[in-house]
Design a protein around this ligand. Structure first.
Ligand SMILES: [Zn+2]
Length: 477
């Protein structure tokens, strides 16, 4: 049996290399068209499975090889604008099971289909390694004079305003409408400012499925894989359209969303919509993927960030990716510890300045404040509910006092006593001070401060206590 397998190298780079958001949207649209047209053009020759820059398929007859190769190469040139794609034709029987299994770590979990698939990607990886070695050995990049550099990618030579690749991407990156959702290529359309201020902010949500590779490899039949990936990608696409409608609650609903394909969802929304979006996403996926037919619950790692709208695009992507990595790390750790049940993980940051270290641990003599920590959805809901109550009560100066107390305490026990005493009294300032408010304060200490979640709490609290406004913000042009 002859198989065809390919992988677009650095798919994220292809999509996110530009400083122009229109080009980012356009690149993701090109990728979608590439997948679509490849499927269409290979019909009758290859049983094809793929999307989001990776795919494979079984040739109906080995004699189709040259034709498939030329269709593929033409499409890479036309839709991916010559971006590097590694591909290979693999004869399944060219690997001895014994030789191959020795190189595989999780061989025990492999289903029959998983075995074939991992052979294909094993072969492709060998080719990738050879390619990278070759590329490193050339290692010469032509110097382009500064005045001739494309202002969008800062990589290639510009022809008119931009280089050829960026021009084509920008041309593709137009506004689209889907039912009541407007997908905009202009981030100014979604920014909000805090009441009384003029600086615009935007929010980015970026979710990615947790260790789906393991699930793919456990399948016995290709039909199981096909059904699973189809249902997952349809769910993602439905979420992309229906969740904005939900969180904007019937008001004019504008979002921006580069398509990344597969099990990824990235949405740019107004800051006030970020937390509702996280909740709606989790609820939606839990219901939708409940019966998808996998051995374990499908969960996502979510990076979420609010930052000034004028932040350069590449830094926005870096920030939200770093946060998603933090969420993934925590998910992985919980899995290894085996202490928690499978859950979604979230790392959220509210950056008031264009600071580019979203995950920070501020250390103090006895306690620390960790910002951008990856926490489970269960923990997220707990922190959010407390933050919501505090925001409603308008306790901003008290929250800042607690922050100072964490910073200045010499010991954990001193911090515990002073927090509980301070909060217990503060809460009861309306005259009802008593056992209950001290009990609440003790809960706050136990769940928020003691679990290193004050940084997370502080960010969520700040987002919730701000009055966000759509109009009259200063934005990037
Ligand atoms: Zn360019």
């Amino acid at each position: 049996m002859l198989y065809f397998v390919y992988d677009v190298r650095g798919i994220k780079k292809f999509i996110f290399e530009s400083l122009e958001f229109k080009a980012v949207i356009g690149a993701s649209e090109l990728l979608r068209k590439f997948d679509e047209e490849l499927r269409e053009k290979l019909k009758g020759k290859v049983d094809f499975y793929g999307g989001g820059g990776t795919g494979f398929g079984k040739l109906k007859d080995p004699s189709y090889k040259n034709e498939v190769e030329s269709i593929f190469k033409d499409l890479v040139k036309e839709k991916l604008l010559g971006h590097t794609v590694i591909y290979d034709f693999v004869d399944e029987n060219s690997f001895e099971d014994k030789e191959f299994q020795g190189k595989l770590q999780s061989a025990a979990k492999l289903g029959n289909f998983g075995k074939t698939m991992s052979k294909l990607f094993f072969a492709l990886n060998l080719k990738k390694t050879r390619f990278d070695t070759y590329k490193d050995s050339i290692g010469i990049i032509a110097q382009i004079p500064k005045d001739k550099l494309c202002p969008s990618c800062m990589k290639r030579e510009k022809i008119s305003d931009y280089c050829e690749v960026c021009s084509k991407k920008i041309e593709m990156g137009k506004e689209t409408k889907n039912d009541s959702v407007k997908f905009t290529p202009n981030l100014t359309d979604i920014s909000e400012c805090i009441k009384g201020q003029s600086k615009g902010y935007i929010a980015v949500f970026y979710a990615d499925g947790n260790s789906l590779g393991d699930i793919y490899l456990s399948f016995d039949r290709i039909e199981d894989y096909e059904k699973f990936t189809r249902e997952l990608s349809t769910a993602i696409e439905d979420a992309r359209v229906s969740l904005p409608q939900k969180v904007y609650g019937g008001k004019e609903c504008i979002v921006a969303s580069p398509l990344t394909g597969g099990d990824d969802l990235m949405l740019f929304v107004s800051p006030s919509k970020l937390i509702p979006l996280i909740e709606e996403f989790v609820n939606f996926m839990d219901k939708r993927l409940e019966n998808i037919g996998s051995s374990r619950k499908i969960t996502f790692s979510i990076g979420a960030v609010i930052l000034p709208a004028e932040t350069p695009l590449n830094l926005i992507f870096e920030a939200v990716e770093e946060l998603q990595d933090k969420a993934k790390e925590s998910h992985q750790k919980a899995l290894e510890d085996g202490t928690k049940e499978e859950d979604h993980y979230i790392a959220l940051r509210y950056l008031t300045e264009s600071s580019f270290t979203p995950h920070i641990e501020e250390d103090y003599p006895s306690a620390k404040i960790v910002y951008g920590k990856g926490i489970s959805y269960k923990e997220f809901e707990m922190v959010k509910n407390i933050a919501e109550n505090y925001a409603k009560a308008g306790l901003k100066s008290k929250i800042n006092t607690i922050k100072d107390m964490i910073r200045s305490s010499d010991s954990a026990s001193e911090l515990e006593i002073s927090t509980i005493y301070f909060l217990g009294r503060a809460e009861g300032s309306g005259g009802s001070a008593g056992k209950d408010s001290f009990k609440e304060a003790a809960e706050f200490y136990k769940n928020i401060i003691n679990k290193d979640m004050f940084g997370v709490f502080y960010d969520i609290y700040s987002v919730l206590s701000n009055e966000w406004e759509v109009k009259k913000c200063q934005n990037q042009s």
